[in-house]
Write a protein that binds this ligand. Structure first.
Ligand code: SF4
Length: 733
């Protein structure tokens, strides 16, 4: 370890990768990060995983974008190609900031004048700050004039949030991860925390060591399994059958918490009727877990002093993801396992700021703080707030920053979601809602959307695409204008982790070349769209933007002032006054629903959208791996992480490989009805027979070329965790 005297600066910030939100100190030398230390943050207490500790040098990678770029005239967009550094200057020319910003904004204005406001849409980012998310959605809503704004929450936990808002009135967690310390039973379903939330997994392992029972329910064997009391390797896509069987046992054996149900739960009778036939014996053939084990787990959950459910995208990324989450809510409700320490519901949020970006309104049906766009009163408040008028609920005058804004009229119609916007980009010309122009900040749908051939075709079909990013991503490759943005260690701002902790990151590095702060870029574009914003102060007025956002979200973060964040670094919401310490555990007295009670919504088992068949006999499960993050744009440019996992792989059970005449290390082609990829096989007997697991971080073999864009009807989340493929030998990968 290098002594502090060898660094030019030590700067406190937050890890930029997953939603655990570990606090870090960047040790800076010669203008670059030399090393990273874990700080004593409330989510990590000094711990870091390999990404947080070693995944930092992407920020100084030579492929950083350093100049605004404009597509050369006559160079067509090729959705079948991916960017190579050598080709960039053949496709794009360098431009000044003024020219690039003018071209970007004029393109949108032209499309809106010609085709109306629905011709435009925007994807913001869960990897940016809360302030960036807030300003981005404000630009779309007041500058584009519609609600076509979304981000990757649509691809990860949209179904969890939909079920939670419906059931308990809040889309966030009821208890922080660290509360597993107080749980007797920890039920982890559809999540692989040792890979995806590694520091959170350490708290679960610690809980197991002190005697807590962990139940791991997942089709794949995960790294938490050795610490588990029971492992439930249920059949992929049968979550509702498994969970309804557990609820059935609780009701059938009289293990319900009658007082809790009477005082705090609605619709119990409908739930009981719906699960009456879902006995363990009836569900076992569907979910693949024997009836006695189901009974044993249900009894343990119901009788634990505290039982907590943590889940991930194995639950949410299904066409019945909302139903899956409804069942989890029901299991907690009938057993009274919520609203007290060591119990409750925790959807493990994926990206570092997906909670905060959603809170800030980066979703098409909600204004900041989950105010529905089709609620006239909520819309009216924001029209006055953003239009320069005073709030109507005693909050006093709005921030001076918005006082100069012109009158605002917000669209009452919910906008289109991520996948729907891609569909609308390929809509018939006569469709009045055809999307023709987009603003994409820090997202990479050309890698992260399902059915990539379709998504890339849609991006290429746009008449005007503006991408703001730090690298020439697969999405930027299809842009008309590329704006070089700032990496997380180059900016000051807040992010909100999976535990509802609002945390402050501080600028540690200068930006390379002509790269600019994202917050500055958004404001420059807003000015060119005629929005009279003015956010004074350093770092593109980040503190002023935060203060405006705090007013807009006063029911959640009203007590978390910028000064307080500078002092304390991390404060949990809800926090309503400066004296309020914040509430890590919620729902102790009432739920956030209109009547304060849980609303149960029964669900019945329905199969996935594309089950395996004779032609495509395997199930594809996509996901992440420890060393790489999301589409790999950052971690594959982090030297240590890329050295650890340099190439795309597909994991299969050894017996399946042998049956196909394949061996570990062989090249194989995976093919679905939508596309194919060729990669290297890896033996993993924890992958169930008949399934293949592929991480989606590799552009060379993009897993989402295979995935199915079928959507959950409620949350519009695609079914990334289940589609049919076939596997065959390939000459090389
Ligand atoms: Fe970063 Fe998540 Fe690892 Fe913590 S657990 S160091 S937040 S990637």
């Amino acid at each position: 370890t290098l002594g502090s005297q060898q660094f030019d600066a030590k700067v406190d910030s937050v890890c930029p990768f997953c939603g655990v939100g570990c606090l870090v100190t960047y040790n800076v030398r010669d203008g670059a990060i030399a090393s990273v230390d874990g700080r004593d943050g409330p989510a990590n207490h000094g711990r870091l995983c390999v990404k947080g500790r070693f995944g930092f040098d992407y920020a100084s990678h030579p492929q950083r974008l350093t100049k605004p770029l404009i597509r050369r005239q006559g160079v067509a967009k090729d959705p079948a190609s991916v960017p190579t550094p050598d080709d960039v200057s053949a496709v794009f020319r360098e431009a000044t900031w003024d020219e690039a910003l003018d071209v970007a904004a004029n393109g949108w204005r032209r499309l809106a004048q010609r085709h109306g406001p629905m011709a435009l849409a925007g994807f913001g980012s869960a990897k940016g700050s809360n302030e960036e998310a807030y300003l981005f959605q404000k630009l779309v809503r007041t500058g584009f004039g519609n609600n076509n704004v979304d981000h990757c929450t649509r691809l990860c936990h949209a179904s969890s949030v939909a079920a939670l808002l419906e059931g308990v009135g809040s889309g966030a967690v009821s208890n922080p991860v660290g509360d597993v310390e107080h749980a007797d039973l920890i039920f982890v379903i559809g999540a692989n925390p040792t890979q995806n939330h590694p520091v959170a997994a350490t708290w679960m392992k610690n809980a197991a060591e002190r005697g807590a029972r962990i139940v791991v329910a997942d089709p794949r064997r995960t790294g938490l399994a050795p610490y588990a009391w029971r492992v439930l390797p249920f059949n992929a896509d049968t979550d509702v059958a498994l969970l309804n069987a557990l609820i059935h046992v609780v009701i059938d054996e009289g293990l319900v918490d009658r007082d809790f149900i009477e005082q705090r739960v609605d619709n119990f009778d409908a739930l009981a009727a719906a699960v009456a036939t879902a006995s363990p014996e009836a569900m076992a053939p569907i979910c693949g877990i024997d009836a006695e084990t189901l009974r044993e787990v249900a009894r343990a959950f119901a009788t634990a002093k505290g039982a907590m459910i943590l889940w991930g995208m194995g639950v949410s990324q299904h066409v019945h993801g909302t139903d899956n989450a409804r069942c989890l809510i029901a299991l907690c409700a009938v057993t009274g396992q919520i609203g007290k320490p060591g119990s409750g519901l925790h959807p493990l949020r994926g990206q570092n700021n997906v909670q905060g970006a959603s809170d800030a309104g980066l979703i098409p049906m909600m204004l900041p703080n989950y105010q529905r766009v089709d609620d006239a009163a909520a819309r009216g408040w924001f029209e006055r707030f953003w239009g320069g008028g005073a709030g109507t609920d005693g909050r006093g005058p709005v921030h001076a920053a918005v006082a100069a804004a012109p009158g605002v009229a917000l669209d009452p119609r919910p906008g289109y979601t991520v996948v729907e916007i891609m569909w609308k980009a390929l809509a018939d010309d006569a469709d009045p809602h055809k999307v023709r122009g987009m603003y994409i900040m820090g997202e990479n749908p050309a890698m992260s959307d399902p059915d990539l051939n379709h998504a890339r075709g849609a991006l290429a079909a746009l008449e005007h695409l503006v991408v703001q990013d730090i690298f020439m991503t697969e999405t930027a490759w299809l842009a008309d204008v590329v704006l070089p943005a700032s990496a997380w260690p180059e900016k000051t701002g807040t992010v909100t982790n999976t535990d509802r902790m609002v945390q402050l990151g501080r600028r540690a590095l200068a930006m390379p070349g002509d790269a600019r702060l994202d917050l500055w870029i958004i404001q420059q574009l807003a000015a060119r769209l005629g929005l009279g914003w003015h956010y004074p102060g350093p770092d593109a007025g980040v503190a002023a933007v935060y203060d405006e956002m705090r007013q807009a979200m006063h029911g959640a973060i009203g007590g978390i002032t910028w000064n307080r964040l500078e002092r304390e670094g991390s404060v949990t919401y809800p926090c309503l006054s400066e004296a309020d310490p914040g509430r890590p555990i919620v729902f102790d007295d009432r739920f956030a629903t209109p009547n304060g009670r849980i609303r149960l919504v029964p669900a019945s088992f329905v199969p996935g959208a594309e089950p395996p068949d004779v032609d495509y006999p395997f199930v594809l499960i996509t996901g992440r791996q420890l060393e790489h993050w999301h589409t790999g744009s950052m971690t594959r440019r982090a030297s240590v992480l890329d050295a650890l996992e340099p190439a795309p792989t597909a994991s299969m059970h050894g017996a399946d490989m042998a049956a196909l005449g394949l061996a570990p290390g062989d090249a194989a082609t995976l093919e679905s009805r939508r596309g194919s990829v060729t990669l290297q096989l890896r033996r993993d007997d924890g992958t169930p027979r008949g399934a293949v697991f592929v991480p989606f971080a590799y552009w060379e073999a993009a897993a989402n070329l295979l995935t199915n864009p079928a959507l959950d009807p409620t949350a519009k989340i695609p079914e990334f965790k289940y589609c049919a493929i076939r596997v065959g030998a390939a000459a090389q990968w």
